[in-house]
Design a binder for this molecule. Structure first.
Ligand code: NAD
Length: 324
């Protein structure tokens, strides 16, 4: 068992969190992760309406009696989303853990805090972590350049980002972006964090509710298989480097606007990739840690393996490297 301030604060057994992933963070995955002793997260905006989110939370509760949270990503969307109503659905459903991401969560904090919700804010820069800490969040999930989805615009990988953040952030912090195995967990602890967040790694599990082709593609890919899109709009997203990503970069190079690019990057098309396994149908998020993923275990097998190997590494190779 690896006990940290994060596991204590959130009442979980293992210091591992499943990242909020658009289209992937559904009840099947969140409940399996929580049942494995880590922290499962439902992705709020995967549900088309706040009412659907209420139903999904209820469905997840029927699948686990362990704590799980809900992610709310506040970034530009092609169709405006009623964030306030999603927050109401989360609070009314009795959820006690929320992962905010994308933008400063300050406007939503009074309501969440009043309802006794603990907030993990995912951000990509030390200054954003400090400002979220000041605003009153309970923990930070610091997301380095390696990550899937939105790495921000500073391009600082975790070997520097995490200790730089740990130097100044006082509340518990978990490490996100590039984590997929026990070595990552031990490194995160050494770099000043109290756990890890994993997205892509949890996509390649038996319970992830996505097509088998996606899981096999992750296993077959390596650390060079991603592309960065939407850089020209300062809304960079790391995605699988398929033909749609390459077309997007080409259109950006031609100075096309989001109105022109929107139809090909739309999340609605990415959703079809996960449903049908047609890997070239749209954009789908994936991180550089694909280079570390070689199998499709159950969430329980994965979480237990990571924690067991991390313990062995700390007690064994690392302890032994100290001169007597
Ligand atoms: P969507 O279909 O509304 O938009 C598709 C992409 O275009 C998203 O990356 C979005 O941020 C971007 N976009 C939309 N309008 C934009 C604008 N005016 N300027 C610049 N970029 C713009 O999004 P979706 O796929 O339904 O996803 C819903 C939300 O979840 C979005 O905010 C998206 O960014 C976010 N998301 C996050 C991750 C992640 O970081 N793990 C992964 C996928 C989606």
């Amino acid at each position: 068992m690896i006990k940290t301030r994060f596991t204590e604060m959130f009442g979980i057994k293992h210091p591992i969190v499943q990242g909020g992933m658009q289209w992937v963070g559904r009840a099947e995955l969140a409940s399996a992760v929580s049942n494995a002793g880590a922290l499962g997260i439902l992705t709020g905006l995967t549900q088309p309406t706040p009412e659907d989110l209420r139903k999904e939370i209820k469905r997840c509760r029927e699948m686990t009696d362990q704590p799980f949270g809900v992610n709310l990503t506040i970034l530009p969307t092609l169709v405006p989303r009623p964030y306030g109503e999603y927050i109401d659905a989360i609070i009314d459903s009795g959820i006690k853990i929320v992962e905010t991401a994308g933008n400063n969560p300050k406007p939503f904090l009074p309501k969440l805090k009043e309802a006794g919700v603990k907030v993990i804010h995912k951000c990509t820069a030390v200054r954003h972590g400090l400002s979220a800490e000041k605003a009153g969040v309970d923990a930070i999930s610091m997301d380095g350049f390696e990550c899937a989805g939105h790495p921000g615009e500073d391009d600082v990988p975790n070997l520097v980002l995490l200790p730089a953040a740990a130097n100044v952030i006082k509340i518990p912090m978990i490490a996100s972006g590039g984590f997929a195995d026990a070595r990552g967990l031990v490194a995160a602890l050494a770099l000043g964090c109290e756990g890890i967040n994993m997205g892509t790694r949890f996509m390649a599990t038996k319970e992830a509710p996505i097509h088998q082709n996606v899981k096999e593609k992750i296993v077959a890919s390596d650390e060079r298989s991603t592309s960065l899109i939407l850089r020209t709009m300062r809304n960079t997203s790391r995605v699988y480097g398929n033909s749609v990503a390459k077309k997007t970069i080409e259109m950006e190079g031609e100075g096309k606007t989001i109105q022109e690019i929107g139809p090909i990057v739309a999340g609605a098309k990415g959703k079809v990739v996960y449903e049908t396994g047609d890997m070239e149908h749209g954009i789908w998020s994936a991180g550089t840690c694909m280079g570390l993923i070689n199998d499709i275990p159950s969430c329980k097998e994965l979480v237990e393996r990571i924690v067991r190997e991390a313990e062995e590494m700390i007690r064994g190779r690392l302890a032994k490297s100290l001169a007597a």
